[in-house]
Design a protein around this ligand. Structure first.
Ligand SMILES: Cc1ncc(COP(=O)(O)O)c(C=O)c1O
Length: 383
């Protein structure tokens, strides 16, 4: 026996699992006892102290530090935002689209927000070019090769697609983009907390995500990573007092952005959400993202093999390199199938013609058993 993490003890931190086979962590991660305690602590602190800007500032910084450590980034490269959308908007506000480099190449696997915000820049001169999937729902590198050229300012890319769980070749896209002078924004919302991610090694210029899914925190807090060389060169026009070099300066006569990625923040930090986010990230870091990623990979891989044996058609690639924590199962009526599974205590989510089973390290083969039993009981809805 090797002394790996005590997965049974980890699972026991999530009371919902006593009642449900919960396979919807890519929709919203489960509330763990330590995160619940942190949220209660926020209320106790409010009742006890009323105001605690010093303590709240420390929690805000702890979230920044935790995100940075998890992603092999420097805390100065992390803006703590209120959502992934807020981070993308702040970044967009700092980019110029008036010259010949006005194109934003947007993959068709983006979450809607990651495309809509770029379309919102069209009145500022941005030209959005969509990068299509192939027939299997994946985006081969050639499609990026074709779309990225000397007019491309930015490539918007998602690490793990929310619709089919497929991963893109991030290194390949970064290589092509950088050769042609374009920047890369990577959306890691569907992978952070479930996969090992080294942003420095990947070489992306920007990344966004949030705390409510595999990071086990809550909605209302997210992050934007800005690689160090870009920080000083980009001045967001979406700003605020928490984006200033000196938050306490209270200077109404000038905008003096922070020399760090904090310049992409805006107003009062999401204080209560930072309590939960810090506790969620701590849960991940205490076990270690390496063991968590390995367990998610194994549990999900075994589930894929068993689902295929049971006759399900999977939209997610089986190769570990090209998938994340999500298994997408084709259905003739995914909404109805998800509802029927929920009635049996199996919680999944659905998009288009697929139900999505999204695994975290607290899931076991027993959750897969319940999923397969439920699917076979409703095989009339399998495609
Ligand atoms: C891949 C991805 N990006 C972005 C978002 C949206 O993020 P936010 O609501 O924090 O802007 C989601 C939400 O599910 C997502 O899955």
């Amino acid at each position: 026996m090797t002394g790996g993490p005590d997965w049974a003890a980890f699972r026991a931190l999530f009371p919902t699992l006593e009642r449900k086979a919960y396979l919807a962590s890519g929709s919203y991660g489960l509330l763990g006892r330590p995160v619940e305690a942190a949220m209660r602590l926020y209320l106790e602190d409010r009742l006890e102290k009323g105001v605690d800007w010093g303590g709240w500032g420390e929690r805000h910084e702890a979230v920044r530090g935790g995100v940075a450590a998890l992603l092999n980034a420097h805390p100065d490269e992390i803006a703590v935002t209120t959502s992934a959308s807020a981070g993308i908007n702040a970044l967009a506000s700092a980019l110029e689209f008036s010259g010949p480099r006005n194109k934003v190449a947007v993959s068709n696997l983006e979450f809607p927000t990651g495309a809509q915000i770029w379309h919102a820049q069209e009145p500022r001169g941005a030209v959005v070019e969509h990068i299509p999937e192939d027939g299997d729902g994946f985006i081969p590198l050639e499609h990026f090769e074709r779309a990225i050229d000397e007019h491309t300012r930015l490539v918007a890319l998602t690490h793990v697609g929310y619709r089919n769980g497929a991963r893109v070749d991030v290194e390949g896209v970064v290589r092509i983009a950088h050769e042609r002078g374009a920047l890369v924004l990577l959306d890691i919302f569907q992978s952070v907390g479930a996969l090992e991610i080294d942003l420095t090694a990947l070489g992306v210029d920007f990344a966004v995500g949030g705390m409510l899914k595999y990071l086990l925190g809550t909605a209302g807090v997210g992050f934007l990573y800005v690689a160090r060389p870009h920080i000083a060169a980009l001045t967001p026009t979406a700003s605020g007092w928490f984006a200033q070099a000196d938050i306490g300066a209270m200077d109404i006569f000038a905008n003096r952005p922070s020399p760090t990625a904090r310049r992409f923040e805006a107003g009062t930090p999401p204080v209560s959400n930072c309590y939960a986010a810090e506790a969620g990230i701590d849960l991940i870091r205490q076990i270690g993202i390496g063991p968590i990623a390995q367990r998610v990979r194994e549990t999900t891989g075994e589930a894929m093999d068993r689902l295929a044996d049971a006759g399900c058609t999977l939209a997610t690639p089986r190769d570990d390199r090209w998938r994340g924590p999500q298994v997408a199962i084709r259905s003739t009526d995914a909404a109805a199938l998800a509802e029927r599974l929920a009635a049996r205590g199996v919680v999944v989510s659905w998009r288009e013609d697929k139900v999505r089973a999204m695994f975290h390290a607290y899931n076991t083969g027993a959750d897969t058993d319940a999923l397969i039993e439920g699917l076979l009981a409703h095989r009339d809805l399998l495609a």
